[in-house]
Write a protein that binds this ligand. Structure first.
Ligand code: CA
Length: 755
């Protein structure tokens, strides 16, 4: 607690110096808005997030639910009514949810199903914090509050004077159960999921109220059940089970009477749900749970202190850091002996050890995992142990997990995630060999039911050196480029482990990106089996040979050999000109591959940055490539443009899908002044720090101090940079230097530095 206070005071001092008009915000969690990115819809994503109230990497998140049961857009900022507070595990609307159920306080005997129980609400009577959410449900005259632990939560409902007060527990359809355990306790399970689970998948929940029920209702057909028609005595042994089980518990309440509900769940068993409840909530009251949750957020967010910027920038920074520390989520629980144990979403068994889930590596390999390796390595050590378990339990590393293997995106970028952690010494020693075997194994096979796991087209890639355009495997240029980078990552691990033969083979394969480079257009282009390039060809065509992007976006996916790519283009000047062109060419597009304009295209168009598409992941490292071309001032210019124009701590605050921390971690790194262009490498490319001062508190007790005393909106260019007082000629920093603590000083100025 003491440490947090010191930090809080430091932040308070910074805040009142920089923005006295805002008053003293004292804790990093107070800068976060969880509503950032929630004003999204199918056609245009401003983040596609929901206001997750959860602990960092917590097993269960909660969200207010505006959408209908099953709707991936669970909470949309423009909606007027809420249907419940939903326990959710959803990583993205496109992947949807699993193990979800909802709790909704109501007034009125006729309020049970999700249509009749919905209530108007206003953002003016809503508080959305990482550690706390509250809302006034106008049609019921009830205030609902929720505050989380990792696997449990406390809810508090403030009721009006009514003999018709109640709480609906909706276990959702597709197979569920509710049961009255005693006159204050409801238990049950939901099986709802969106794929990627064994047949025995269940999320067991238990809910204990602090006030006895006056009556209960149970149904397995809420659509045809007449609410209020079958009031039962609140006794144990009553249950409903079927397609869609719902319980409603009734209370008679005084005006302002508060009723709390203690809720926990488990993917393992009903008994484990009770254990999670008792372990995590104990005898804590609502305020204690809330203050512990806030302290945990302050500890995690406070690992990076920033000052010397506007309050808006602080809000954006900490809202992005919050999103960067939610996923992947814990999918393990703690057994009676205090050891980690997990229900395997791969084989349905309950097994010892760690498991995390709900991330797509196509997105998050780029900078979310590098952020974990730098700032939160102990968390990534558990994630890596979980990946080794995934390999043992399924024979594959995941590419998209939620909770088991899901078919989504391309590449074999688990190799990047696994390699970067091994190379940075984060991975538990006992898992390194297994993970190396897993990476090698994944090069030459495809998951039998999830074709985006493993390497689709590996037969071609491993013989021709590319996945051909005309053999019926889509997004073949994207696959080739990512496989080549992934091979480079595995090569680094092979070298570290002394597997010299493997390393040589993989190093060679890492050059396969050259095979889809077309010298005529200076772009990456689909290549037929006979060696000819695809025709016709449009650099503006999305999809087809690429994944959610076009040739302008994917040509840069040579993270590991930027100089080699520049050579192919005819040298650094030509390379730089090609980068310039991305921002200069008009935002025209060809969407014929999809048959309609996908939201990522629209997000590129509306940003007014030409064909630069920051709203999707393939482009997100691109700006930093100017550093490799000897044009760091252009990187500095564009990094600031993107931070200033495309990120805001408000409901429409992202420029596309946030994607489980990746797009947020871009801002976190960029605001600190550097970015991991090539995970697996020791190097960070330098951009333009946003704040005058930042301190990263490393887990080893060391600190990275980042000083930019002359920083301002006008002074976006780096004149000189030094590390521990030593002038740096090149715009790069090294992990191996920073990890032991360092002071990085940027001399900021209004004009680009002379070359
Ligand atoms: Ca995306």
């Amino acid at each position: 607690m003491k440490k947090i206070w010191i930090l809080a005071c430091a932040l308070a001092a910074a805040a009142c110096c920089e923005a006295p008009q805002e008053g003293a915000q004292t804790r990093p969690s107070e800068y976060v808005t969880t509503l950032m990115g929630t004003q999204s819809e199918f056609a245009l994503s401003t983040g596609n997030t929901y206001p997750a109230v959860a602990l960092p990497w917590g097993m269960n998140f909660w969200t207010p639910q505006t959408g209908r049961m099953g709707d991936g857009w669970a909470y949309t900022y423009n909606a007027h009514t809420l249907r419940g507070l939903k326990q959710t595990h959803q990583p993205s609307p496109w992947i949807n949810d699993y193990g979800q159920f909802a709790v909704m306080p109501v007034r009125g005997t006729d309020k049970l199903d999700e249509e009749s129980r919905q209530s108007w609400f206003s953002h003016q009577a809503e508080m959305a914090k990482p550690y706390y959410y509250s809302v006034y449900l106008a049609d019921h005259d009830i205030v609902a509050e929720v505050t989380p632990t990792e696997r449990a939560a406390m809810m508090r409902f403030t009721f009006p004077e009514s003999r018709e007060s109640g709480v609906v527990i909706d276990a959702f359809d597709r197979g569920s159960r509710v049961e009255i355990l005693d006159d204050r306790t409801v238990a049950g399970y939901t099986t709802r999921n969106s794929g990627g689970v064994p047949d025995n998948f269940r999320n067991w929940f238990v809910i204990r109220f602090d006030k006895p029920f006056s009556a209960v209702e149970l149904t397995d057909k809420p659509s045809s059940y007449k609410a209020g028609s079958q009031l039962l005595k609140p006794e144990g042994g009553k249950s409903a089970e079927g397609n869609h089980a719902v319980a409603k518990v009734h209370f008679t309440t005084r005006r302002g009477e508060q009723v709390t509900a203690r809720i926990a769940s488990s993917f393992i068993s009903a008994e484990q749900a009770v254990r999670n409840l008792e372990t995590e909530l104990g005898t804590d009251d609502f305020e204690t749970v809330k203050s512990k949750a806030q302290a945990r957020w302050d500890e995690v967010l406070g690992r990076i202190e920033v000052s010397g910027g506007s309050v808006d920038q602080l809000r954006t920074f900490y809202s992005c850091l919050y999103r960067s520390t939610l996923f992947p989520r814990k999918f393990y629980e703690i057994d009676a002996e205090g050891n980690p144990v997990h229900y395997s979403p791969y084989n349905g068994e309950v097994l010892p050890g760690y498991m995390y889930t709900d991330t797509g590596f196509w997105d998050t390999f780029r900078c979310l995992f590098p952020l974990l390796n730098l700032v939160y390595p102990s968390v990534n050590a558990e994630i890596q142990a979980g990946l080794a378990n995934t390999w043992r339990e399924s024979g594959f590393l995941p590419e998209w997990a939620s909770p088991g293997h899901r078919g989504c995106m391309v590449g074999n970028n688990s190799a990047s995630v696994v390699s970067d952690a091994i190379l940075k010494g984060v991975t538990p020693a006992e898992d390194v060999e297994a993970l190396y075997e897993a990476m090698l194994s994944g090069r030459t096979k495809v998951h039998p039911t999830v074709s985006s796991t493993g390497r689709l087209g590996h037969e071609y890639y491993n013989t021709l050196g590319y996945v051909p355009y005309n053999v019926g495997i889509n997004e073949n240029v994207a696959r080739t480029l990512e496989y080549a980078y992934d091979d480079w990552c595995i090569a680094r691990v092979a070298a570290k482990l002394g597997r010299t033969e493997d390393a040589a083979m993989l190093e060679k394969a890492a050059q396969n990106y050259r095979n889809v480079f077309d010298a005529e257009t200076n772009l990456m282009r689909g290549r037929n089996k006979d060696g000819s390039f695809q025709t016709p060809f449009s650099a503006y065509k999305w999809g087809d040979a690429y994944t959610e992007g076009n040739a302008w976006h994917y040509t840069w996916s040579v993270f590991h050999d930027v100089e080699g790519l520049a050579d192919l283009m005819g040298g650094k000047a030509e390379f730089s000109k090609m980068l310039d062109s991305v921002f200069v060419v008009p935002p025209i597009y060809d969407d014929s591959y999809y048959g309609a304009r996908i939201h990522e295209i629209t997000e590129m168009q509306v940003a007014n940055m030409g064909n630069y598409a920051h709203g999707n992941q393939p482009a997100q490292h691109m700006i930093y490539l100017y550093d490799y071309a000897g044009e760091p001032a252009k990187a500095q210019y564009w990094v600031r443009e993107v931070m200033n124009r495309l990120y805001k701590a408000q409901p429409d605050g992202y420029c596309g899908d946030e994607d489980n921390g990746q797009t947020s971690a871009w801002y976190v790194f960029s605001a600190l002044g550097f970015y991991p262009v090539c995970p697996g490498a020791d190097e960070y490319a330098v951009g333009a720090p946003l704040f005058r001062r930042a301190t990263i508190h490393l887990e080893n007790g060391q600190k990275i101090e980042i000083e930019a005393p002359a920083n301002s909106p006008a002074n976006r260019y780096v004149g000189k940079m030094s590390v521990d007082g030593k002038a740096q000629a090149e715009p790069f920093l090294r992990y191996s230097v920073l990890k032991d603590g360092a002071t990085v000083r940027f001399d900021m100025q209004a004009e680009p530095a002379a070359k």
